[in-house]
Design a protein around this ligand. Structure first.
Ligand code: Z5A
Length: 209
């Protein structure tokens, strides 16, 4: 595919939304088509599944399958077509969140989740994944609000485990997954992200008119 697929991952409040937004502006200014999206969500049906996953307490396997159903929809209806056009797709969370949250957090088998991820995406992998690493309690305190949804309300140890899960995935796939210190100030994080992304952007094919 002609495009470039970049995902940002990490615990709540790590700065993913802020940094994907800034990155989209920077890339658009260079003339590229950028599709900024998120998981769970990104298409009307996947947004419905998002509400179910975040607002309804489900059995762990049912929760996993809802995230995967949303992902299959998102990949086929939004991400893959955009990559085929040559766009840069920036996605706030993707497959590694499922391994971290439902695997390391909830205790489902990470290997089985990796296989199910591959089924849901029909084998699509990000070109590059950046994990914004931050202690989960710092992330919650940054947002200055009570923990809202079903998943945020889980115990602190759940959130510590998923942070470790992201770091373990980065050790497992060091070529694709890079860790960025999310505790640094906003500008410093943005520059570190750019350092990782710039070589990919210059290598990827610009869109044709
Ligand atoms: N989930 C799952 O379980 N399994 C899956 O497969 C998938 C997802 C795909 C989706 O929430 C939930 O679904 C999520 C995982 C689960 N868990 N929960 N709960 P989401 O992705 O929509 O939202 P979130 O990631 O949980 O929270 P968030 O607050 O949107 O986090 P963020 O995007 O990383 O942070 P932010 O909005 O960019 O920044 C938060 C605040 O911090 C904001 O006020 C910023 O101005 C501030 N900020 C950001 N960076 C900095 C720095 N560097 N310094 C100081 N302050 C900063």
């Amino acid at each position: 595919m002609k495009g470039l697929f970049i995902t940002l991952e990490g615990p709540e409040g790590a700065g993913k939304s802020l940094q994907t937004g800034r990155l989209a502006e920077r890339l658009r200014a260079s003339g590229r088509e950028v599709v900024l999206t998120r998981e769970p969500g990104g298409t009307p049906a996947a947004e419905v599944l998002r509400s179910i996953a975040l607002e309804t307490p489900l059995h762990p396997r049912a929760e996993l399958l809802v995230f995967l159903a949303a992902r299959a929809e998102h990949v086929e209806r939004l991400i893959r077509p955009a990559l085929s056009r040559g766009a840069i797709v920036l996605c706030d969370r993707f497959i590694d969140s499922t391994v971290a949250y439902q695997g390391y957090g909830l205790g489902l088998d990470p290997e089985q989740i990796r296989s199910l991820n591959a089924y849901a995406t029909d084998g699509l992998l990000p070109d590059l994944t950046l994990v914004l690493d931050i202690p989960p309690l710092l992330g919650f305190s940054r947002r200055g609000e009570t923990r809202g949804d079903n998943i945020e309300r889980r115990e602190d140890s759940f959130h510590e485990r998923l942070r470790e899960g992201f770091l373990a995935e980065a050790r497992r796939e060091p070529e694709r997954i890079r860790v960025v210190d999310g505790t640094a100030e906003v500008e410093a994080v943005a520059e570190r992200i750019w350092d990782h992304i710039a070589p990919w952007v210059s290598r990827s094919k610009p869109e044709t008119s």
